[in-house]
Ligand binder design. Structure first.
Ligand code: FES
Length: 272
């Protein structure tokens, strides 16, 4: 059992948990994820690692409360435990000294961006972090992002703080003004797709992090398959990082929607 040692509601529907998982904390690298099953009837949900402390034996996750499993996870309190936690899974993000890079993030994607920014800085990069939210109340960890990055650009969809617009608007603007060597994007699939489409005309490599539906997390079941560059890849072992210009976003969206009726029914039963 993996005990929750810290919990915080960051913004509406987004929750932070610190969980005791010493073996995972010892081996974790930026870009990797864990699969969590809250209880015996729970789904296996992939979640990017937002941090870890090998000495303390803890890992951190940030998740969006959307379906039954994340609702269940969100009801747990400090001292409670999750039944299963597998990880660290996936291929770590390639971190090199690229030059100037953009880390674009939003929503739960702000979590896994934090360890990546630190690793990119340690490798000698100049890191520009662009963080988006629908409005001011959906932006969190601004202080942490500012401390870790060389520059932080806040983007609010409704213009309530920072620059108006989204990370894809910022990417277009900045690529027209300055040489950027690489872009990393963490967030919902739509946000990552828009960011990748924004950078494509400029030919700047754009890495997205895909954590679609997963079951085993070891490349055996095929649940997480995605089409990249015309080939089928398994996000759990070939990813989660992929070239955003090569991802077939349409098939990804269809696969993500395929269990909506079951998810709705599960939600209804759980709420009763
Ligand atoms: Fe089973 Fe990736 S989750 S192959």
């Amino acid at each position: 059992m993996y005990q929750i040692v810290e919990k915080e509601a960051l913004v509406p529907n987004i929750i932070y948990l610190k969980i005791r998982a010493p073996k995972v904390a010892k081996a974790a690298r930026p870009g990797q994820f864990v699969i969590i099953r809250v209880d015996e009837t729970g789904e296996r949900v992939p979640m990017g690692l937002a941090g870890w402390d090998a000495e303390e034996g803890t890992i951190e996750i940030v998740f969006y409360v959307l379906g039954t499993s994340t609702m269940k996870l969100g009801t747990l309190r400090v001292g409670d435990s999750v039944l299963n936690l597998a990880g660290p899974l996936g291929t770590p993000t390639e971190v090199g000294n690229f030059g100037t890079v953009i880390c674009a993030c939003g929503c739960f994607g702000i979590g896994p961006t934090m360890p990546l920014i630190k690793a990119l800085k340690e490798a000698g990069n100049r890191v520009i972090t662009a963080v988006e939210g629908r409005s001011r109340e959906f932006i969190f960890w601004e202080d942490r992002l500012r401390e870790a990055s060389d520059e932080v650009v806040i983007l609010a969809g409704d213009g309530s703080c920072g620059d108006a617009g989204w990370t894809n608007d910022f990417i277009k603007r900045r690529l027209a003004e300055e040489k950027i060597e690489r872009i990393f994007v963490h967030g919902c699939p739509f946000m990552m797709m828009e960011a990748a489409r924004a950078s494509e005309p400029f030919g700047v490599k754009t890495i997205v992090s895909l954590t679609p539906l997963m079951v085993d997390g070891t490349g055996m079941c095929g649940a997480c398959r995605v089409e990249v560059g015309g080939e089928t890849k398994f996000a759990c072992v070939d990813g989660p990082d992929f070239d955003g210009h090569q991802v077939n976003w349409e098939t990804l969206a269809l696969r993500l929607r395929q269990f909506i009726p079951e998810e709705d029914r599960s939600h209804m039963l759980w709420e009763r």
